[in-house]
Design a binder for this molecule. Structure first.
Ligand code: ARG
Length: 453
């Protein structure tokens, strides 16, 4: 294909433009430009009337976006050129002064931070709602007991609330990390110019304050180059998705007929197109599945970043789609998980029925420990009790006191008190355990955290 000299291949025009997806940052772009106009006025580049015209004109552009009336032009390469083009149509020649000393390089770096700051705080709010939902259930269903698993093998009895809170604690840590990383990137790159800095003595500290940043990025090359905040966010999202994916897997297993511990509400499951008896946990499967694309966004973006030279290169435009996709999908996952959790039916009877007395083997050993027998020894004796019961094809609780006495003289009449799951649970009352008081303490701590963020 040939093109007239100087003309850009139309395919290249489309290939180059980011407007179709970066237009969602319109508000950040307008806000950043309004502050920049005021900064130019403070440094004497614009007089008061020019500054006012630009700020008001930008407001008019924002109003069009807001009303869904912004008309894109073929020449709109990205949100920055689009807003400036429209500003010029509204306010005339003075619009040509807005970009004095600024580059799209420091502009886009600023817009991305402004945009992500709002999104991150919205997402932190969704995380809080999800934690609050788990805490609410944990409090209401404190008496529900179930098998706890390791290796997916029945291990020891635990409270359902303890299980729920285990997940909630990982979300709490995720939310804390999100708040921390948001503080780290809340620094202003604007005033870095294309790379070398601003030649009009723009007051960057003032602009930082005006835009609610905690300070400025202290080096202009770094200011236009840095996208670590995006990498950090994408990796944050990946870790958070690991947690959402793991609880999804737990609940999918617990919702099978084989377990039947929980039942998903109709609102979050679908029927089969072929098999009328089926109720599929699509919501949880999609959360588990979407974790893959979110990891992909993070690793793909890091691969984009690793080879590029310092400062701005067009490769950096590739930060947007993985970021937007991750923000949109994690938003959906958090909302759906909260929906699933708040509507899930718990079948406490089935959970209880799944408990078996062999899960109290550790309690036999602990019984002897309380009678001063060394733990290593008690472990063997408990094993022999389990073996004795197995040989008789009977549960360990059917062994008599006399049977136990053949295994160790420290066994007494009170050994029969062991066959009580609730009792076993209540012995684990050190901080962080599954005993009711320990779980209540976790609920108290979690509520205090929710009230503090
Ligand atoms: N759309 C571009 C991006 O997202 C804006 C920066 C363009 N800068 C440049 N020097 N071409 O990265």
């Amino acid at each position: 294909m040939t093109h007239p000299p100087g003309a850009v291949d139309p395919l290249m025009v489309a290939f180059n433009e980011s407007f179709p997806y970066d237009k969602r940052m319109w508000q950040a772009d307008i806000t950043g430009s309004q502050t920049y106009a005021r900064g130019l006025h403070r440094s004497g580049v614009l007089d008061a009337a020019e500054c006012e015209a630009l700020v008001a004109g930008l407001e008019a552009v924002a109003a069009e976006w807001h009303a869904g009336q912004f008309r894109a032009a073929a020449s709109d390469e990205d949100i920055h050129t689009a807003n400036e083009r429209r500003l010029a149509e509204i306010v005339g020649a003075v619009a040509g002064k807005l970009h004095t000393g600024r580059s799209r390089n420091d502009q886009v770096a600023t817009d991305m931070r402004l945009w992500l700051r709002d999104e991150a705080s919205r997402i932190a709010g969704l995380m809080k709602e999800m934690v609050a939902c788990a805490v609410g259930r944990a409090e209401a269903e404190l008496d529900v007991i179930m098998p706890g698993y390791t290796h997916l093998q029945r291990a020891q009895p635990i409270r359902w609330s303890h299980f729920l809170l285990a997940h909630a604690w990982s979300w709490q840590a995720d939310a804390e990390r999100l708040i921390q990383l948001s503080k780290r990137f809340n620094k202003l790159p604007l005033g870095s110019g294309a790379l070398a800095g601003n030649p009009f003595n723009i007051d960057r500290e003032w602009m930082a304050k005006d835009l609610g940043f905690d300070g400025i990025v202290p080096n202009s090359l770094y200011g236009v180059s840095d996208r670590d905040f995006i990498a950090e966010f994408l990796n944050w999202a990946s870790l958070t998705m690991i947690h959402l994916s793991r609880i999804s897997e737990d609940l999918i297993i617990y919702s099978t007929s084989e377990f039947a511990f929980v039942q998903l509400a109709d609102a979050y499951s679908t029927g089969s197109s072929l098999m009328p008896q089926k109720k599929n946990p699509d919501s949880l499967e999609l959360i588990r599945g979407k974790s893959g694309r979110i990891f992909g966004n993070a690793s793909g973006f890091m691969m984009t970043m690793k080879g590029i030279p310092s400062t701005y290169n067009k490769d950096l435009q590739e930060d947007k789609e993985p970021l937007f996709d991750t923000v949109d999908n994690i938003t959906g996952c958090l909302q759906i998980m909260t929906g699933v959790l708040s509507t899930l039916t718990v079948n406490a009877d089935n959970m209880k029925k799944a408990l078996s007395v062999d899960m109290l083997a550790t309690d036999i050993a602990e019984y002897l420990v309380r009678k001063k027998v060394p733990f290593r020894e008690t472990h063997h004796i408990a094993g022999r009790a389990i073996k004795m019961a197995e040989d008789r094809k009977a549960p360990v609780s059917s062994l008599t006191v006399a049977d136990f006495k053949t295994l160790h003289e420290a066994f007494e009449e009170d050994v029969v008190e062991l066959w009580d799951f609730e009792r076993s649970i209540e012995t684990r009352n050190a901080a962080g355990g599954t005993a009711k008081e320990s779980v209540r303490e976790q609920i108290r701590l979690m509520k205090a955290w929710l009230a503090s963020v």
